[in-house]
Design a protein. Structure first.
Lengths: 479, 313
């Protein structure tokens, strides 16, 4: 009944009906994703069936997360060959390195299936692997139905494969028994001395062979060559400051980051001696605002002729040997920091490809990873693009690659690469607090740089660092 | 009695005419519906806050999802018993006091000079606002380039007046000065514009009376302008204090908290803990300590402002 005509009933919906209908709607909506997850999508099973075929996942679209880097540029330039080979499509997001790893961490920690594969470094896998965020690739590598017979993992430098594999026990060596293969090496850098031949020839300087000589030459250049300083090395408050030249020299002096029982040894006698020399080198012969220096600053200073030398990635010298003000004047030499050592002991940074454990296209992602690390693509990347240093022995020893680096790279780049490579591997002790340790380590170097750099101060600062590291590892329950 | 007269029975209860059920339901639900947006906003703000409190009492490391467990106040205890934390807190407070203090003085001076509404002053006021329109992170990167010793404009200008090789952000002795300078460049217009609005809204009668009495400008400023302007000063200082306590972008862009730990304030440290070390428990504890400090300061200042307002009335 309504107000005006008691004999007419208006169609009314009761509150109870409204609530019932709304509840039914919400329940249906929330079942939707569940139904999609169960029945739909493109989730892959891991049961292998049938011989290997590149066309097996034709029509699948893969999503990649990439860092802004020449290796990514090389892959993108060759992406059509992957699409033709497999019939798959590729989508990718590229981020600058400053924010890249935060993006990767956000994607993995939220268990997002947005990305199937991504670029990573080996150190990151020490966190991602034990957390269960990335896939152990050994299952794929050992499955003949999923791996191209010509892929040939043995062609990849064994030191690099080992460096990307770890069994997850803090302190246990990389590549040891039971190690999981968390990522595949894709391109790497080792640490050597790049220098400006023009400046050296003009001032009749000898190329330094060890750290004390480097200190002397760098100091001389800073004092006597107008507008030029001695040696560019990284110095920002970041883990990235420790792993290139500093850790390579640290290792050359016989120092280690951890001893037995995961006790920190960053304040050992050898470590103090080397660090004291390093800080002296930076104070007397390094860039003025060293505490803000990243690898970009080091490379651009070398290319611009502002730095006479650079102790950093060999590939950074390679990238700055062309198209810069000092193009044609850059040379490389292997560097053995310890005067008593006989060969270089270079740490490495390996850009690698890893597979997200939350991907809905794992098998298809493995096909992409095989292709990206195949001899054919890496040969293309090294020769046609700038994907150096190559992770495959066949690429590194190919005449096309060697001709290219001899003509386009710094002088002696190839001989430097060959002399450094045999002992080039990761010299850090794998443990999940790597980034905390290395970041605090870089802060300690900055503190020493701002101080008197006496041996006593170096001992004190590194002693405090070792004590802090021991507290952190103890609190985290890994020591 | 006529048929039109109505007999009112005073003992019978007066009942309202029967309303349709739908209208009754609407009337009773209306207050809740009107409050709903504010309620949703409150939940939206409170939920992450409560989540942060929960994280802060857990051993919550993102890369160890199976090891998350309740630890009580252990994260807080570890922080307060670490000397580095107190240094971080000291850096935060020092940065806040220095930047806010300088901005207040400069902002007040600018507002005082621009208070007369002339064409020139209006143009200058607009130009003064320009730094506020630049995102702080972009301004910081711009200043980082300008203070680069190799090619930066700042050292070129300083060398012209005989000051060579000024280290700016790369030395502990000048790093704090550098970031405070950037903060002052960005936020002094904010302070100035608030104080300018206050100056232009002050009652004119006391100033006219002072003029008639031939009172000196300094006396006028000290005894009339400042007291009358105090509520605006309090508001502006409160805003800036709370912002400066939470500074992240300027310090992170300029030096990342270095050299060493020189500029490592609470927010940068919390960022490192969360995004580099993946330790959400410690990061949340740091941020909650910062919240307690911010809340205490804002409560005190609002109370002071309220008392001042009552006294003025």
């Amino acid at each position: 009944m309504n107000d005006t005509n008691p004999n007419v009933s208006e169609p009314t919906i009761s509150r109870r009906t409204v609530l019932k209908t709304a509840a039914a709607g919400v329940a249906t909506a929330s079942l939707g994703p569940l139904v999609a997850a169960c029945g739909g999508g493109s989730s892959q099973t891991t049961t292998s069936s049938g011989p290997f075929s590149w066309q097996k996942y034709k029509g699948t679209t893969l999503s990649l997360l990439l860092n802004k880097h020449p290796y990514a540029d090389a892959m993108i330039a060759d992406i059509n060959s992957f699409k033709q080979l497999t019939g798959m499509n590729i989508k990718y997001d590229i981020y600058p390195e400053d924010v890249y790893f935060e993006k990767v961490t956000a994607a993995l920690s939220s268990r997002s299936s947005s990305y199937d594969a991504f670029m990573t470094g080996a150190y990151q896998t020490w966190v991602y692997g034990p957390a269960g965020w990335i896939v152990d690739l050994k299952d794929y590598m050992n499955d003949a139905n999923k791996t191209d017979p010509s892929w040939n993992v043995k062609d990849i430098f064994s030191g690099l494969m080992s460096s990307d594999s770890w069994n997850g026990s803090p302190g246990q060596a990389l590549g040891s028994n039971g190690a999981h293969q968390w990522a595949l090496p894709w391109g790497f850098e080792q640490y050597a001395l790049s220098y400006n031949k023009r400046i050296f020839d003009q001032h009749k300087l000898s190329v330094p062979k060890n750290l004390p000589e480097l200190v002397d030459v760098a100091t001389y250049v800073t004092k006597n060559v107008p507008g030029v300083y001695g040696v560019a090395v990284r110095g920002s408050r970041s883990w990235a400051t420790i792993h290139p030249g500093y850790l390579s020299a640290f290792t050359s002096y016989g120092a280690k980051d951890f001893g037995s029982g995961l006790k920190s040894t960053v304040n050992s006698t050898e470590a103090v001696e080397m660090t004291n020399q390093w800080v002296k080198m930076v104070k007397q012969g390094g860039p003025q605002n060293w505490t803000q220096y990243t690898w970009y600053d080091c490379g651009s200073d070398l290319g611009a002729g502002k730095a006479a030398m650079m102790y950093d990635a060999d590939i950074l010298g390679y990238f700055n040997a062309q198209g810069t003000k000092e193009a044609g004047n850059i040379a490389s030499t292997p560097f053995t920091a310890n005067p008593n050592a006989t060969s270089p002991a270079s740490n490495v940074w390996i850009w690698s490809l890893a597979m997200s454990n939350f991907s809905n296209n794992k098998d298809a992602a493995w096909y992409f990873m095989q292709w990206a690390t195949s001899q054919k693509h890496l040969q293309y990347g090294a020769v046609q693009q700038s994907q150096v240093d190559p992770v495959r022995q066949s690429v590194a020893s190919s005449s096309e690659f060697q001709n290219k680096v001899n003509t386009k790279g710094p002088a002696n780049f190839l001989s430097t690469f060959q002399a450094t490579q045999p002992n080039a591997r990761i010299y850090f002790t794998p443990q999940p607090l790597f980034f905390q340790v290395a970041t605090n380590w870089s802060a300690s170097l900055q503190t020493l740089y701002s101080g008197s750099n006496s041996m006593g101060q170096t001992q004190d600062v590194l002693g405090k660092l070792a004590s802090d590291i021991d507290s952190q590892t103890s609190n985290a329950g890994i020591r | 009695m006529s048929s039109t007269q109505t007999v009112v029975n005073k003992s019978a209860p007066v009942t309202e005419p029967e309303q349709p059920e739908q209208r009754k339901w609407t009337r009773s639900a209306l207050p809740y519906l009107l409050v709903l947006p504010a309620l949703l906003l409150t939940i939206w703000i409170l939920y992450p806050f409560v989540q942060a409190i929960v994280y802060s009492v857990q051993n919550y490391v993102l890369s160890n999802p199976f090891g998350i467990h309740f630890v009580g106040l252990k994260n807080y205890w570890n922080l307060v018993s670490d000397a580095d934390f107190w240094h971080t807190l000291w850096v935060t407070i020092l940065y806040t006091v220095l930047s806010t203090g300088v901005e207040l003085l400069l902002g007040l001076a600018l507002a005082y000079l621009l208070q007369k509404q002339t064409r020139v002053n209006n143009v200058l006021t607009t130009l003064m606002m320009l730094p506020l329109m630049v995102a702080p992170i972009l301004a910081s990167l711009m200043w980082k380039l300008m203070t680069n010793p190799s090619f930066g404009l700042a050292n070129y200008v300083l060398s012209a007046v005989g000051l060579h090789n000024f280290p700016w952000g790369s030395s502990p002795s000048t790093a704090l000065f550098t970031v405070v300078m950037v903060d002052v460049w960005i936020y002094t217009p904010f302070m100035a514009i608030l104080l300018l609005a206050g100056l232009r809204s002050l009652p004119q009668a006391p100033f006219e009376a002072a003029q008639i009495d031939n009172v000196s400008p300094w006396f006028t400023f000290q005894r009339l302008t400042l007291p009358l302007l105090m509520p605006y000063i309090t508001t502006a200082v409160l805003f800036r204090l709370l912002q400066a306590l939470q500074t992240f972008d300027i310090i992170f862009a300029m030096t990342g908290g270095g050299p060493g730990n020189t500029l490592l304030n609470v927010n940068v440290q919390a960022y490192n803990q969360a995004f580099i070390f993946l330790n959400l428990g410690v990061s949340s504890a740091l941020l909650l300590i910062l919240w307690i400090i911010s809340y205490t300061i804002s409560q005190r200042m609002v109370s002071y402002w309220s008392k001042g307002k009552i006294a003025a009335q």
